[in-house]
Design a protein around this ligand. Structure first.
Ligand code: UT7
Length: 335
């Protein structure tokens, strides 16, 4: 699926993130599996990640992110008529994390649903919110992306345990008077889905009584290096833009080697690329908003900056978005 905005200005007016307090280092994980800090840093670029404690679940970290995004947008829960939560680790399948959050926040007018698209969930969710707002169904949407993959990892499997972390981010989306999304490209290949699975997690559980994340890392790596480039190129072409015009490149934070490959192939100057996989690992649906927040902290999300985001993950799925950033005006508003 691919499309450009054709002049409809819908942007991000609020951004908030939250990660658990507990820092888990590579050496900490070496107590559970046969691995070393050197291997993990060399093959992935990850130094540490955050993980929830045993008495925490997704909404415990997603709600603070949602509240921060609302505050950043100068919006109240009452202003929100759509709440989408992209996650593969909701507190439970139902009630959905989004409905629970809408209730806790007091967003009584909001339609609320969870969206399953693996690590690409946040990209799918912002495209959906864009479509709902463009169609006139929603005026202001709260899009949350977050996962607590530590809760579904096999703590005896070194090939997956070291890669993931927990984290969440949220954005408020609404019409803006300048800037906004220029286009999206989203895709899925269920044929490759077997390479990144959570077997036993749904109604086919009779085939897999155990329920833990399983991954064929080499196959996902090949897929990732391909789609991180093809999806970004597709959305740029659709919007009539070139990579040279991109001010901030926000790739999914799965592995520093995958990011480096995409940066090289696309020809993005490394200094325009956001990297925080070293601090957070792969936070799945939290990855892109956490990286956006770091870009803003670094002062890179200036008004008018052209931002390219690309995610990929289970499904297998991928998705890119191109947006001209709308920063708050001197008066504090965005339009
Ligand atoms: O959002 C999408 C989520 N997933 C991804 O993006 C993952 C994509 N894949 C990758 O990032 C990489 O494939 C990995 C980081 C998972 C693995 O890196 P690799 O360079 O492809 O390693 P490999 O799978 O080819 O394994 C090389 C060796 C193997 O040993 P042998 O068979 O050569 O003796 C593994 O058993 O490294 C071994 N190994 C480890 N050694 C120490 C695998 N994991 C570890 C580990 N510590 N944690």
């Amino acid at each position: 699926m691919i499309g450009s905005a054709n002049g409809t200005r819908i942007g991000i007016t609020g951004l908030g993130v939250h990660v658990p307090e507990r820092v888990v280092t590579n050496d900490d994980l070496a107590q559970y599996v046969d691995t070393t800090d050197e291997w993990i840093v060399d093959r992935t670029g990850i130094h540490e990640r955050r993980m929830i404690t045993e008495d925490q679940a997704l909404t415990d970290i997603a709600l603070p992110a949602a509240r921060a995004a609302l505050e950043d947008a100068g919006a109240t829960p009452d202003d929100i008529d759509l709440l989408i939560c992209a996650t593969v680790t909701p507190d439970m399948m139902f009630p959905t994390a989004s409905a629970l959050m809408a209730n806790t926040l007091g967003a009584e007018k909001a339609a609320a649903y969870d969206l399953l698209a693996g690590c690409t969930g946040f990209m799918y969710a912002i495209a959906q919110a864009y479509g709902m707002i463009a169609a006139g169904l929603s005026r202001r949407a709260l899009v949350v992306g977050g996962d607590v993959l530590s809760s579904i990892l096999d703590w005896t499997d070194r090939s997956t345990l070291v890669l993931f972390g927990d984290g969440a981010g949220a954005v408020v989306m609404e019409p803006v008077d300048h800037g906004g999304f220029l286009g999206f490209e989203l895709g899925a290949d269920g044929g490759g889905g077997v390479h990144l699975q959570y077997p036993g997690s749904g109604s086919r559980k009779f085939e897999n009584p155990e329920s833990m994340l399983r991954m064929n890392g080499r196959e996902v790596y090949k897929f990732a290096t391909r789609v991180m480039v093809s999806s970004a190129e597709a959305v740029l072409a659709e919007c009539g833009r070139t990579i040279d015009e991109v001010d901030v490149y926000v790739p999914h934070q799965a592995n520093k080697r995958i990011i480096d490959h995409a940066v090289g192939k696309l020809g993005v100057p490394p200094e325009r690329t956001v990297v925080n996989v070293d601090r957070f690992g792969n936070t799945s649906s939290g990855s892109i908003p956490l990286a956006l927040a770091d870009a803003r902290t670094d002062g890179r999300l200036r008004d008018g900056a052209l931002v390219l985001m690309t995610g990929m993950g289970a499904g297998l799925t991928w998705g890119s978005a191109l947006i001209e950033w709308t920063a708050p005006s001197a008066s504090g508003g965005r339009g």
